[in-house]
Ligand binder design. Structure first.
Ligand SMILES: Cc1cc2nc3c(=O)[nH]c(=O)nc-3n(C[C@H](O)[C@H](O)[C@H](O)COP(=O)(O)OP(=O)(O)OC[C@H]3O[C@@H](n4cnc5c(N)ncnc54)[C@H](O)[C@@H]3O)c2cc1C
Length: 290
């Protein structure tokens, strides 16, 4: 591995000064399960690594009536072992408990998953489906970015060189809502999604009709994809298999996968439809049980 400087600031101000001083030659370190791997193979060569784990705001895990604030350095394991997080956000647990193994989950963060901006990032479709926003800090203050706008290309986010992700905020689930994330990998675990689907639904009080839905996809485009139309067309429609298939068909049309060593275009297109339908059924079940 190349040689680099390491800093472990204890405040956001200190971190911003370090990032500004590095002029684009720094990377923030969370769990390191992507960054260190990428540095080892020479894919990333930062001159400075800024460890975020000693910054209090990046370690925040707080639940209010409005929603969940998940600091960018909170490990997946810490989050999914939080009883109230698990109860209120089962789809987030679907994603966090799929990332790597329990060992990886003890280090890996949802913030790192998002900032790594891999099309296959398992937490990202769920965040999009749940309407999460990224809280970003830079020299000009804080800005909030809807997660569906955060990843702009493979491995690239909307963050400027002198900005960092402080936390993601996930709104509180509304009444009669449910969400679910599913992915397909060729092995039972420790693999990257060939395709994934994260969905959330809100049903009416009788739980007979969709009020709204959000659908997002992994591994079928250069970034995670928000299948906005696929979710929107369910609004006001009865909860039935025909409408589930309608949404799954729509999600399939926005998927723009490639063929690579893990899967073909045809396989991924097929999987998107199957996974979207299954994730919708899972989300509906959760909404009915809510
Ligand atoms: C064996 C193994 C299995 C894996 N399996 C999966 C899997 O099944 N699904 C999956 O989605 N991923 C998987 N991954 C990838 C990785 O574990 C996840 O993407 C993880 O969530 C990354 O989080 P992290 O905290 O380790 O991020 P890091 O490696 O610390 O950071 C990732 C990127 O985000 C940047 N970054 C981190 N924090 C911030 C911040 N606050 N502000 C700005 N930039 C920041 C870093 O500079 C880096 O570029 C696996 C990795 C390994 C090694």
């Amino acid at each position: 591995m190349h040689s680099f400087d390491y800093a472990a600031p204890t405040s956001l101000g200190e971190a911003l000064t370090l990032l500004a001083g590095a002029r684009g030659n720094a990377r923030v370190l969370a769990g390191g399960t992507d960054l260190i791997v990428n540095m080892r193979v020479g894919r990333r060569k930062p001159g400075l690594v800024v460890d975020g784990k000693r910054i209090p705001e990046l370690n925040e895990l707080s639940l209010t009536a409005d929603g969940l604030t998940l600091g960018a350095a909170v490990s997946c394991r810490r989050a999914y072992e939080h009883a109230e997080v698990a109860k209120r956000y089962p789809a987030l647990v679907d994603s966090m408990s799929l990332i790597g193994s329990v060992h990886i989950q003890g280090r890996a963060t949802v913030g790192g998953n998002l900032c790594n901006a891999a099309p296959s990032g398992d937490a990202i479709p769920t965040l999009i489906a749940l309407g999460a926003v990224a809280r970003v800090l830079g020299p000009n203050g804080t800005r909030e970015v809807p997660v569906e706008e955060f990843c702009v290309a493979p491995g690239k986010t909307c963050l400027a060189d002198d900005e960092l992700l402080v936390s993601v905020f996930i709104p509180a689930p509304t009444a009669n809502s449910g969400a679910h994330y599913l992915r397909f990998i060729p092995r039972n675990e420790m693999d990257i999604a060939i395709a994934g689907a994260g969905v959330s639904v809100v049903l009416d009080a009788a739980k007979q009709n969709f009020v709204s839905a959000r659908i997002a996809l992994a591994s079928v485009g250069p970034t995670p994809i928000f299948a906005r139309e696929a979710g929107a067309l369910l609004a006001g429609k009865p909860v039935n298999e025909d409408n589930i298939q309608l949404a799954a068909d729509s999600a399939q049309t926005v998927a723009k996968p490639i063929t690579d060593m893990r899967g073909t275009i045809e396989q991924r297109k097929h999987l998107v439809k199957v996974l979207t339908a299954r994730a919708l059924r899972g989300a509906i079940e959760r909404a009915k049980g809510a």
